[in-house]
Design a protein around this ligand. Structure first.
Ligand SMILES: Nc1ncnc2c1ncn2[C@@H]1O[C@H](COP(=O)(O)OP(=O)(O)O)[C@@H](O)[C@H]1O
Ligand SMILES: [Mg+2]
Length: 232
């Protein structure tokens, strides 16, 4: 992925299997968000390939990814502040289309997802009135209503209290195990991330410097030097 003269991602090559929970770490500016953007049609990769199953999805628009079951959140939550929590969640179902467009499916999906993330009882509130931690939960609910097979999370625990970070980790692990959704989770809360993710990707200056089992990546000298430091 190049932006003019800047190589934001170079030769990044990896696959995601069913039911995997993969953590992504790396210093600010390493290309983590760009990786999710290039994988979801938010930016069009200038080279390489994005495949889903056997299909080539390179340079497809975002809604095509959504309809194929690829859902995501944004580093800065993108909710509709003037809409209720319920309508925000229902929007996810409508964006992903399919049979969710018929009858009460979108409404039912919205109620279920809000309940699942712990926002039941607040459906009629406006999203703009939510504190940041709950705004991130709403974004996850919006992603769940699309009925994804893969969920991509960009720093959903940023700015949360230590207790909220823990609860977020447990929610994400539950989504993986109960709903059998593969997860790619970018986060700086390394301890929580590594407790739940069995595999880690490490980006540094747009290059994938490590991809492997969490214990091995944690002990990798290149990863320690680039990101973790001696104390991790
Ligand atoms: N749309 C864009 N246009 C130009 N440069 C971008 C764009 N998006 C990201 N970048 C640049 O790509 C690099 C990686 O950014 P980013 O993916 O946001 O890193 P991270 O999420 O790891 O902090 C940075 O140098 C950033 O300025
Ligand atoms: Mg980022």
């Amino acid at each position: 992925m190049r932006f003019g003269g800047l190589a934001a991602l170079t030769d990044v090559n990896f696959g995601i299997g069913p039911g995997e929970l993969i953590g992504v770490i790396g210093p600010n500016g390493a290309g983590k968000t760009t990786l999710l953007n290039a994988m979801t049609g938010v930016v069009a990769p200038t080279g390489g390939k994005v495949t889903v199953g056997d299909e080539d999805f390179s340079r497809q628009p975002a809604y095509v990814f959504a309809r194929r079951g690829i859902a995501r959140t944004f580093q800065t939550p993108r909710v509709f502040p003037e809409m209720s929590l319920h309508d925000n969640a229902a929007f996810g179902a409508l964006f992903a289309g399919g049979d969710l467009l018929h009858g009460g499916h979108a409404h039912r999906a919205a109620r279920e997802a809000l309940d699942y993330v712990g926002l039941a009882g607040e459906e009629r509130q406006l999203a703009g009135a939510l504190p940041p931690a709950r705004r991130r939960l709403l974004e996850i609910a919006m992603a769940l209503t699309t009925r994804p097979c893969l969920l991509l999370l960009d720093e959903v625990a940023a700015g949360l209290s230590p207790l909220e970070v823990e609860q977020m980790g447990e929610l994400i692990n539950r989504i993986r195990t109960e709903k059998n959704i593969s997860i790619v989770w970018i986060e700086h809360a390394v301890a929580t991330l590594m407790r739940h993710a069995e595999r880690m990707l490490v980006l540094h200056h747009g290059e994938l410097i490590a991809d492997g089992a969490t214990a091995a990546v944690r002990a990798d000298p290149r990863v320690i030097e680039a990101y973790l430091g001696e104390t991790a």
